[in-house]
Design a protein around this ligand. Structure first.
Ligand code: HEC
Length: 258
């Protein structure tokens, strides 16, 4: 039987516990492990494995043997040079990739599209979201020329107010996006406005991050409260533009109740 070196045994035990821990969390509990918990747990696992593997002087010597040989054995000079060059490089790469800013929204327990309240207050009025419709949508069929003009005005509003965060391609990658958490939503993605009614967008644009209901917390959305800066009509026009540019169709109530 081949004898597995003690050092490799120790590494395998730690790796096994690591994988088991992730599997238990993922499959059994159906949860994502918080990184801080994983780090803490692995710290104790490694400390524990180290203690067991160095329990006697004999076993401690066996554990360290491959490392000692690598450093001292003249015949291992070539491998030594490779390891001594690779280790700092690996550490540098690890640090570098950890410091890189990420576009990925952090995995958090929050709903991206919280259920809207049935009525919302904006512009000093109460709106019933289940019946609210875009007053300009009808021109798409009735007067395409006028509709085109409205979309164009919506585009100007977008460029003047929204592209800083949501991007000039509406992909959520505006110049400010990297500094924000949660990140601005990508309207090209089929998971955002393509899933929503125009009344939902009206609510989100008019009341912004502060208008989000309780269950949407914890999050500090930077989405501004646009009722303070735009008129109702301007909001409806920019909504026309969002759907026109991305080619998505707003969800209608008929679809929503299917
Ligand atoms: C300061 C950055 C910023 C600006 C400027 C901004 N937004 Fe946002 N917006 C966000 C962020 C961040 C989110 C995601 C968090 C949230 O839903 O509140 C968001 C979310 C949204 C949503 C919700 C989409 C969904 O799928 O639920 C809509 C709609 C929206 N923005 C439209 C606009 C419009 C229209 C403008 C311009 C009038 C605008 N935003 C300007 C940051 C911004």
């Amino acid at each position: 039987m081949i004898k597995i070196p003690r050092l490799l045994q120790a590494v395998l035990v730690v790796a096994f516990i690591y994988v088991a821990f992730i599997v238990v969390f993922d499959v059994v509990l159906g949860q994502v492990i918080p990184a801080s918990l994983l780090t803490m747990y692995m710290f104790f696992v490694i400390a524990g494995v180290f203690m067991v593997f160095t329990f006697t002087e004999e076993s401690a010597r066996e554990l360290a043997a491959p490392i000692k040989a690598l450093v001292e054995d003249p015949r291992k000079k070539a491998i030594r040079n490779v390891v001594f060059a690779a280790l700092p490089l690996a550490a540098a790469a690890f640090t570098y990739y950890n410091m890189l800013p990420s576009y990925q929204a952090p995995v958090e327990l929050r709903s991206i599209h919280p259920a809207p309240p049935s009525t919302v207050k904006a512009f000093g009025k109460r709106y019933d979201l289940s019946t609210l419709e875009n007053p300009f949508r009808k021109y798409e069929k009735e007067d395409p020329e006028k509709f085109e003009q409205l979309v164009k005005e919506g585009g100007n509003i977008y460029v003047g107010n929204c592209q800083y965060c949501h991007g000039d391609k509406l992909d959520g990658k505006g110049p400010f996006a990297q500094g924000l958490n949660p990140i601005p939503l990508n309207f090209q993605d089929i998971g955002t406005i393509a899933q929503l009614q125009e009344s939902f967008l009206f609510w989100r644009i008019a009341t912004g991050g502060p208008g989000l209901p309780e269950e949407a917390t914890p999050w500090l959305s930077s989405m501004p409260v646009w009722q303070n800066f735009l008129t109702e009509d301007e909001i409806w026009k920019v909504i026309l533009y969002l759907y026109d540019y991305t080619g998505h169709r707003p969800r209608s109530w008929a679809q929503a109740h299917e």
